[in-house]
Write a protein that binds this ligand. Sequence first.
Ligand code: FAD
Length: 289
Amino acid sequence: MKPAKFDYVSPSTVEAAIEALVASNGEGKLLAGGQSLLPLLNFRMARPSVLIDLNRIEGLSYIEHREDRIAVGALTRHRDLEHSPLIAAKLPIISAAMRHVAHLAIRNRGTIGGSLSHADPAAELPMLAVFYDATISIRGPDGLRKVAAEEFFVDALTNCLEPDEIVVEVGFPVLDHDGWAFEEVARRFGDFALASIAISVRRRGGALEDARVAVMGVADTPLRLREAERELVALPLDDQAPELFSEIVASKISPNDDLHASGEYRMHLLKELSRRALRTALTPKEQAV
Ligand code: FAD
């Protein structure tokens, strides 16, 4: 398979990349890691007039602790997130999830900006951006704007970016929680998830004081389940809690059938993953969330 003809530019600043996008009249495509875009080009499912390569732009790849959040530059590779001690300490669910993102070669090239922009409903980073209530910083001809992750993902493979905008940074607030879990089922290790859940909790005495829950692979976008979070906090933490929690999660979603699995099967998986996740999150760990 070969892509259709395209021009190629590799600007060295974000401003120049935006100018190239504007000049392309909506026909240009940004190239980051290329791990999703190049297959689309090869299958001719995308036929951009020009590829605007972001890889020569300096200063877009970093992981930094800034007050109450971790700022991640858009060109940061999956592999850097996977091996960052700062991510492991402050955003441990991201650390745990990165091993499930494709394979080593893909993680060496794939970027957080590309993953969020591609907006696959079964991709880990979009789900974790929603889970952590991340803020996505976007640059365009009119300057900088910031969008909450829940608003960024509009539909399957669809985000809220204008054609001449670029994701430049993702800011993840650090949660003051003491238990967490990430669970996923894929047909083969490294495949996109059929279903997945992330959960974190803060305990006080024998009860929960706060909880965070997000799921993916079971709707057109990743979902934060705010009602389920409130219902989980109200649950007595006895032997019944994992079962009741799985029923709560199931009551908030209605997965559709698709090529990869029936909605019924995805629901079955998510219920089992919810039970496991709550058990794990309630087991004391060394790392805070
Ligand atoms: P690219 O492919 O370069 O770009 C993707 C899209 O985003 C393009 O439309 C591009 O124009 C746009 N874009 C890129 N950067 C920006 C930016 N800064 N601002 C605005 N738009 C931008 N991912 C998972 O999460 N989980 C998996 O299990 C998984 N499995 C995979 C298995 C295979 C075999 C392959 C090939 C990929 C898999 N992926 C998986 C996808 C992988 O993580 C990609 O790297 C990622 O989705 C896209 O990142 P990228 O940097 O390669 O983006």
